[in-house]
Design a protein around this ligand. Sequence first.
Ligand SMILES: Nc1ncnc2c1ncn2[C@@H]1O[C@H](COP(=O)(O)OP(=O)(O)OP(=O)(O)O)[C@@H](O)[C@H]1O
Length: 692
Amino acid sequence: MTNLSPAVVETAEPGAASPDGAPGAAPGRKAAGGWRSLVPRWSPKLGVGLGLVAAIALFGLLGPLLTGDPDTVRNSGMAPPGDGFLLGTTQTGQDVFAQLAHATRGSLQIGVLVGVLATALSALFGIIGGYAGGAVDEGFSLFSNVMLVIPGLPLVIVIAGFVPAAQRGWWTIAVVLAITGWAASSRVLRAQTLSLRNRDYVAAARVAGERPWRVVSVEILPNLLPLLASQFVFAVILAILSEAGLSFLGLGASNSHTLGTMLYYAQNGFALQREAWWWFVPPGLVIAAFGCGLSLINFSIDEIINPRLRNIPRGRAGLPGSVSAGRGPVAPAPGAGGGERPGGDAGGPETADGPEGTAGPAGTSHPEGTAHPEGAGVRRDPVLTVRGLDVVYAVEPPVHAVRNVSLTLGRGEILGLAGESGCGKTTLAYAINRLHRPPAEVTAGSVVFHDRPGAGGGTGRDIDVLALESEELRAFRWSKLSMVFQGAMNALNPVLSVHDQLDDVLTTHRPAMTRAERAARCAEVLRLVGVDPRRLDSYPHELSGGMRQRVMIAMALLLDPQVMIMDEPTTALDVVVQRSILREILRFRDELGFAVVFITHDLPLLLELSDHIAVMRDGEVVEYATAERIKEHPRHPYTRKLLGSFPSLTGERGSFIRTGEPGEPGTPGRPGERDRDGLHPDEHHPDERAPR
Ligand SMILES: Nc1ncnc2c1ncn2[C@@H]1O[C@H](COP(=O)(O)OP(=O)(O)OP(=O)(O)O)[C@@H](O)[C@H]1O
């Protein structure tokens, strides 16, 4: 290999850096939709939850105004519902409905007060301690840990018992419950604050001279709001239940009506034994319904805390890696079978026609339905065939990330996959390996692995990857097809040594190997990638970035796979290390004979490295040909544009990455004005501007 081009082209991603220079958007400041993103998305769960809570809150608020005095004693004694009493009367003739209204109000007061106090205490100790660090954090942590290990219920009983019954109003009980209920939430908030404190945008705010209170309130607090809301809801539920428990033990609020005291008096009046269900069932039901309503609201708050849950349409979240519902074992490739594209999608590169080497009218050279690259001479035995693959992220609106992709990977071949950021390269790689997770779904197409015959456990059979059952899939992955992930430098477990991480793969996939054999294999692969086997005992943080990358490649080599997918494996490395790793990939390929799908933005690099190249754009393969052909005669205007955008030694520079013209990939602009190649009319090569 000569002259590996080090050029790395990254399409500028709008908003990738915050104005203050901090990399990455600051969720607190720039989260899409701002405060609106903190409002839960409407769902039946949220509707039912809000309905229950609102109904009970209204009942507690207005009920006491509409009902009479709950303490009025009548001679009628205990009576079931009827006779002017909606929920009957107690043994002293008191109106149960009136009691229920007052008790609901009392319990809500306690719940809300405890929620506010406990959330405030946990925020004070968790957020302030976590942000301040040092002695403050240690002191706050110690205090919250002590509160955490003191058994809650006995403490509540002691405190409640210590306060004379005459002074035990509802607010006393609320304060007692808040004091004993904040510590666990504080631990969660502290952990989250510690994590947020180290984010780049918080560091940037500190460097910019913002005062600590402002950093906490503007940078950190907004990110914790969903968590605080969830903690509040949880504290309210817990308080209402705890109050009921305390009252049941006779330690509840005296001179106050709560659902707990109602249950206590019902128990004292032998309501259960006397089958007076109307006395104890209504307060029990109100507690259950209120808890249920708050829990349902809490589910929706979870969606805000975890944005991954937010956009998945209901009922779509299947099992990780599952192939889309309704898909048969192998869907016919649209091009091959002439079948319709799901969803009526008319996308896909304009057809070039038939035999290899003939370009379509639009200059597109990937013949739809054939998975072979243009300009290929003698074809190698295929090891992987992808046909008509479609992958859709089932979010609102759906993202069609991979469209009708057909590729063939020959044994021992390096297939480069190039394209701008967001064109679907990673999604395609994950789908090939069945690593895609909901909301990603394979909606059409097939991935067939042609197992090598004989040696290395090969069966010589074709494996329909998308139809593999989970156990078969587990065995298939890594042993036949391995992957070096994008950002692999962070893919090593920081608390396990290199040996443990390599050994783990062998223990899982090769249980018959002895410890000595495994150790020898680990050392062998490490040597192969140019890392001293003495590094086996090192931890990832003790290795340089290049070494970590090599370890990841060693891990991918461990089981002697037939295909290795490398998703931008060298992007984060400096040019010298990148070159040497790429050279080694070529050497391994020659020595070990596996095939590589190499994904990168860097088309010139692929020209040096690959046998064939597929250029992707907006989920489609717009050109698929030999590297030589793409270098000498790029057919698709987009390929030419990609090639033209790289710096040249002669001083000419490409324009589109630098200027980011409107309508260009990765820049906001005039998408509607693109033609079917996704280009503006004046972007075509002069000899292509003839009418089609
Ligand atoms: N979880 C997701 N939900 C919705 N859309 C997604 C999700 N993940 C990716 N996408 C979208 O799918 C498209 C393809 O993304 P993908 O990560 O495959 O691109 P890529 O070519 O690998 O980009 P890069 O080179 O920057 O990693 C993009 O439009 C992206 O926004």
